[in-house]
Write a protein that binds this ligand. Structure first.
Ligand code: C2E
Ligand code: MG
Ligand code: MG
Length: 697
């Protein structure tokens, strides 16, 4: 109805129309009211006056006639004199009324009536005069005959006509009054009609305006509500030129800027700005929102040797490497997989619906992608990665537990130098109380709650305890004795091992120096972790401790695992060389669990190889393990390495090791790790009895 008019124009138009109608109603009412008042006035002033004049003419004519009758019956002349005067006055008054009536504007028929009355009046006047003269000349008796024959007839006609005139005038007034009434009724109808038209027009205008405003306002409200609810896709009606159009255009601009601002906020909160992948927060959110009944896999991927690349080539290269890796991960996975960067060199994949086989295949694909030549800033980089997989719901349903399982599996994979490890392959989940221990470790060190146990190593050829391994324990005030596997891995993960190792080294070296001084010839082993081996101060620290305690370097052995050598082989090797150069013995611990070959071990400055317990347990009844251990012993002999069999528990295992040329045995079969006093007593006792080279078992 209003087309493209502005709301302002619409309101102005509508109110103008309404005011116009109101004005028309008022004007018509006023005009009609004035007209009626005028007519009424005219009737009061004019018509009524004419009627009054006609009545007067009639009344006076009647009165004159009565006086004439009186005259006719008054014989006494003297008595007739006043009657004449009164009769003349009445006739004059009647004449005056008729002549006054004749002067007024009257319709032609009334005019004719008046003329007839005037004519009759003249005739009556002449006859009346004749009657009066006869009265005076011939007496009333004679005059009565004239009166009755002639005058009275004309008088009657005159009275009749005067009355008729009066009636006529009254009818005229009545008809005018009727016209007035009709006119008033018409004016009333017109006013009602105009008022109703104004009401109807006003109603239609109000409805149309309300509709033309309310509808777009509702649309604007719907748009605003959709913006408020975070839906920025809802169509905003376009094309309106009025104020609502301007409002909708502003809403569109507002919506777009809110959306873009929200986008950037979300980006900052949820996106890793380096790789453009979802960040840890976003990943955890997606993980937490998985439906309860879903199944799939959470994969954590740690880049191997990223730290040395970052250190050696600089952070800019490291950053570009991470971006390249992110790109390859996206390339290797399909759309449904969520690829995120958790932090540093750790990425995560969420593979909803994937089973163990599918994950293993995907890991293989990703490794192929990652191992393909990668050139960053002109540097040819070899990238490898370790994958930890937690399957849900088997490994857990909460995001925290799944992440922990996948993380532990990844650490496990790194340790074992396997590409991938599954959460289900891990030992029992570390209990919450164990996790809380991590926080307590620092205080434990300050409160001297850590103690060193010693496990004897039996030299089979000499049948003597010639060495021992120092193994840490945590004497917890509430939880009792805590074995190292429950806190050392976390100390390694958190870096706290850097504080534990110096303490162990100091404690053990001082102890060993005392034994040395008391004539006990025991080489003592201390375990080192990857962190320790890469610590630039390690060599200086050990040398300083040896110097302070007076312990000969050859009485100290440091045990390292193969995996510890893998993270930064060059630095690790440099430190090993320096330690070896000072005469400190070195040992490869847990041999066989990693992938290091004996050919590789040969290149290291080590003196001892400790075959992992996994090969020793049940060796007397496991031909395959027996073959591996036998050939390892032979090869070590060739290479000049001393062989230690770890974890020998049964006499049969010990006997097998003795008869197959193993140099040293460490295991519960000889003795369990013991606290210092027990260890000293036990060793003295053992070495005192064991004088013959034959094993005592
Ligand atoms: P490891 O260096 O391989 O130490 C040998 C582990 O095998 C010790 O466990 C020992 O008690 C256990 N063991 C020895 N003989 C037998 C046997 O016959 N049967 C069985 N079932 N186990 C046997 P422990 O003391 O629990 O230490 C576990 C690991 O914790 C060590 O493995 C070592 O990797 C680490 N660890 C212990 N103390 C230290 C330390 O001071 N520093 C570092 N970095 N790691 C340590
Ligand atoms: Mg060890
Ligand atoms: Mg070991």
């Amino acid at each position: 109805m209003f087309g493209s008019m502005s709301i302002r124009a619409r309101l102005v138009l509508s109110f103008s129309v309404l005011l116009g109608l109101l004005f028309a109603v008022t004007a018509v009412s006023l005009q009609r009211s004035d007209e009626l008042t005028g007519k009424t006035q005219e009737i009061v002033d004019y018509q009524a006056h004419r009627v009054f004049l006609a009545q007067r003419a009639n009344r006076h004519a009647q009165a004159a006639a009565i006086y004439l009758l009186n005259l006719l019956q008054t014989p006494d002349r003297e008595k007739r004199v006043p009657l004449y005067a009164a009769m003349d006055a009445e006739i004059a008054a009647s004449d005056e009324a008729v002549s006054e009536l004749g002067k007024t504007m009257l319709p032609p028929d009334i005019q004719t009536d008046i003329e007839r009355v005037a004519d009759l009046r003249q005739r009556y006047g002449a006859l009346f005069q004749e009657t009066v003269e006869l009265i005076e000349l011939e007496g009333p008796e004679k005059a009565r005959g004239h009166f009755e024959d002639r005058t009275q007839k004309v008088l009657n006609t005159l009275l009749f006509e005067t009355l008729a005139l009066e009636n006529h005038l009254q009818q005229l007034m009545q008809s005018e009054l009727e016209g007035l009434r009709q006119s008033a009724a018409n004016a009333r109808l017109l006013a009602i009609f105009l008022a109703l038209s104004a009401l109807a027009t006003g109603g239609i205008l109000a409805w149309a305006i309300a509709r033309s405003i309310v509808k777009p306002v509702q649309e604007a409200v719907a748009v605003a509500e959709s913006i408020a609810s975070g839906d920025y896709k809802k169509d905003v009606p376009q094309g309106r030129q009025d104020e609502i159009g301007a409002l909708l255009r502003s809403l569109t601009i507002m919506r777009d800027s809110i959306a873009s601002r929200e986008d950037s906020i979300l980006r900052l909160a949820y996106v890793d700005t380096l790789t453009n992948l979802p960040n840890r927060t976003r990943f955890l959110e997606i993980l937490g929102a998985l439906p309860a009944a879903s199944s799939g896999a959470l994969v954590i991927l740690g880049i191997d040797r990223f730290a040395p690349i970052n250190n050696a080539l600089g952070h800019a290269v490291g950053d570009r490497l991470l971006c390249e890796i992110a790109g390859r991960l996206k390339h290797a996975t399909d759309e449904s997989a969520i690829v995120a960067r958790l932090w540093g060199d750790q990425f995560a994949l969420l593979l909803d619906g994937a089973d163990k086989t599918a994950v293993a295949e995907l890991v293989r694909q990703i490794l192929l992608e990652l191992r393909a030549p990668m050139i960053v800033d002109g540097q040819h980089l070899d990238v490898d990665a370790s994958f930890g997989v937690a399957l849900y719901p088997q490994d857990g349903t909460s995001a925290a537990r799944l992440l922990r399982r996948a993380d532990l599996a990844m650490i496990n994979a790194k340790r074992r130098h396997d590409s991938v490890a599954f959460g289900s392959d891990l030992d029992a989940e570390p209990a919450h109380e164990q996790l809380s221990l991590i926080g307590e470790m620092r205080e434990a060190l300050a409160r001297r709650e850590f103690v060193v146990y010693y496990q004897p190593k039996l030299n089979l050829a000499k049948n003597r305890i010639t060495s021992a391994e120092a193994l840490i324990r945590w004497q917890h005030p509430e939880k009792g004795m805590i074995p190292p596997m429950r806190f050392i891995p976390f100390a390694e993960q958190t870096g706290f091992i850097r504080e534990i190792t110096p303490w162990v080294l100091e404690d053990v070296i001082q102890q060993a120096a005392q034994w040395q001084r008391s004539g006990m010839d025991i080489v003592t082993s201390v375990n080192l972790s990857t962190h320790d081996l890469l610590n630039h101060d390690l060599v200086a620290q050990v040398l300083a401790l040896l110097k302070d305690s007076g312990l000969p370097a050859s009485q100290l052995c440091l045990e390292i695992t193969e995996s510890a050598l893998m993270d930064e082989p060059e630095l690790a090797l440099k430190h090993l060389d320096e330690l070896a150069a000072h005469g400190i013995k070195l040992s490869i611990d847990d041999y066989g669990t990693g992938q290091a070959s004996l050919a590789y071990v040969k290149t290291l400055p080590v003196n001892e190889l400790k075959i992992d317990r996994a090969f020793i347990t049940g060796i007397d009844a496991t031909p395959k393990n027996a073959a591996i251990v036998r050939s390892t012993i032979l090869l070590c002999r060739e290479l000049g390495l001393s062989v230690v069999a770890e974890g020998a528990e049964t006499p049969a295992e010990l006997a097998w090791l003795g008869s197959n040329g193993c140099d040293v045995v460490q295991g519960y079969g000889v003795a369990k790790p013991m606290a210092l006093p027990d260890f000293l007593t036990w060793v003295r006792e053992f070495n005192r009895i064991a004088v013959s080279p034959t094993p005592t078992f």
